[in-house]
Design a protein around this ligand. Structure first.
Ligand SMILES: [Ca+2]
Ligand SMILES: [Ca+2]
Ligand SMILES: [Ca+2]
Ligand SMILES: [Ca+2]
Length: 382
């Protein structure tokens, strides 16, 4: 991170802020966020201006580096950018207009510089907005105009080189776009035409080799398309046929061994499909049967132990299922006292950079941050 700024600098020390000399915030990757000519405060400091495009395009990512998750809202020839900090900072970043459908708009690090980019496919053109610390550079990368449905199209690092690729499945073919140097190399990979429901199809690294795979579940079978790097091999992994609703089913590494697992919640049970790398072991992790709606239920590491937890918002109650050693959940209710913006403007992630996932919700220019302490939420309204 560069540190060429004017004005005062503020570094986080615990929950407070202290003034510091330029460069003295090196331990905090987001030192630039505190750079300001005006005093900054942890207390209420509403955004003076803001803007939102179609909420279907709102995404989170590390758009200016650092360790705090940011929020963006693409809108024609600009990207409304909300950089996390105390307070959040708003900027309308200019881009070349050109967006595909929201379902074909992804985040990922396509140029490998560590920052989150935006890619939006429209026919044979993938409109790229490549992030730097100060804005986006707009490019168009071309691919053959062959796409499967949005639910079977994924941006993930399938080749394992650290850059995000795109794979779009259509029957017995994966249209594979591996990211090279500011361009995709496209090929059609033949795979077994065996698919479960699109809502139960996930891209994640289920084998633990650093390359994202595709898993598609149907009853007692999970149809696997396992990345080999340049290609995919097909396999079927069997499981216990126990599922919650697809809208409460998540792929993440719940056990912390580097292999993605599948968790499907139904009332007081979370049905776990725990990856062994070559199959799934079926387990049931009991929880309290307290859930908010699916659109306000999030998977992230809220208690900072490195393992994903579940948080389900129901008004002032947030029903937490917190990881315990990667082998069970403990249930708790964390309380807040604040209204919620729409689910499309409500996100979970580490917006404070302390390793614990927070919740943020926007209502127009008001930002409400529910900051995790690891044992509860503290609310700050900007
Ligand atoms: Ca893999
Ligand atoms: Ca795992
Ligand atoms: Ca956790
Ligand atoms: Ca945090």
């Amino acid at each position: 991170m560069t540190t060429m700024f004017t004005g005062n600098y503020y570094c986080r020390i615990g929950m407070g802020l202290v003034t510091a000399l330029a460069g003295a915030c090196a331990a905090d990757g987001d030192a630039d966020l505190e750079a300001s000519g005006e005093p900054t405060s942890e207390q209420s400091q509403p955004l003076a201006t803001c803007g939102w495009g179609d909420t279907a395009y709102v995404r989170t990512g590390f758009f200016n580096g650092g360790n705090r998750l940011d929020v963006v809202s693409p809108d024609g020839n600009k990207v409304h950018t909300y950089l996390a900090g105390a307070p959040f900072k708003y900027a309308a970043r200019a881009v070349t207009e050109g967006w595909g459908a929201s379902g074909y708009t992804w985040t990922g690090d396509f140029d490998g510089n560590g920052l989150t980019d935006l890619a939006s496919a429209s026919g044979g053109n993938v409109r790229m907005k490549l992030a730097s610390d100060t804005g986006f550079s707009s490019e168009t990368w071309t691919v053959p105009n062959d796409w499967g449905p949005t639910a079977l199209t994924f941006a993930a690092d399938f080749s394992g080189d650290g850059k995000t690729d795109i794979a779009s499945a259509e029957g017995g073919t994966i249209h594979h776009h591996i990211t090279g140097s500011y361009a995709f190399t496209s090929s059609n990979i033949p795979i077994t035409d065996a698919w479960g429901s699109s809502a139960l199809t996930f891209a994640a690294d289920f084998t633990g080799d650093g390359k994202a795979d595709i898993a598609s579940a149907s009853g007692g079978n999970v149809y696997m398309k396992i990345s080999t790097g340049p290609s995919f091999s097909s396999d079927t992994w069997t499981i216990a046929n126990q599922w919650g609703s697809s809208s409460y089913t998540y792929a993440a590494d719940f056990t912390g061994d580097g292999k993605a697992d599948i968790a499907s919640a139904s009332g007081a049970n979370v049905y776990m499909k725990v990856s062994t790398g070559t199959g799934f072991s079926s387990q049931t992790w009991p929880v309290t049967s307290a859930w908010g709606s699916a659109g306000y239920t999030f998977v992230a590491d809220f208690n900072g132990d490195g393992l994903p937890d579940l948080a389900s918002v129901d008004g002032d109650n947030i029903y937490m299922k917190l990881s315990v050693d990667g082998s069970s959940f403990t249930s708790a209710t964390w309380h807040v006292n604040s209204p919620w913006g729409p689910s499309a403007l409500t996100h979970a992630g580490d917006f404070t950079g302390d390793g614990k996932a927070d919740l943020v919700t926007f209502s127009g220019c008001q930002v409400t941050l529910h900051r995790s302490t690891g044992a509860g939420f503290e609310t700050v309204i900007y």
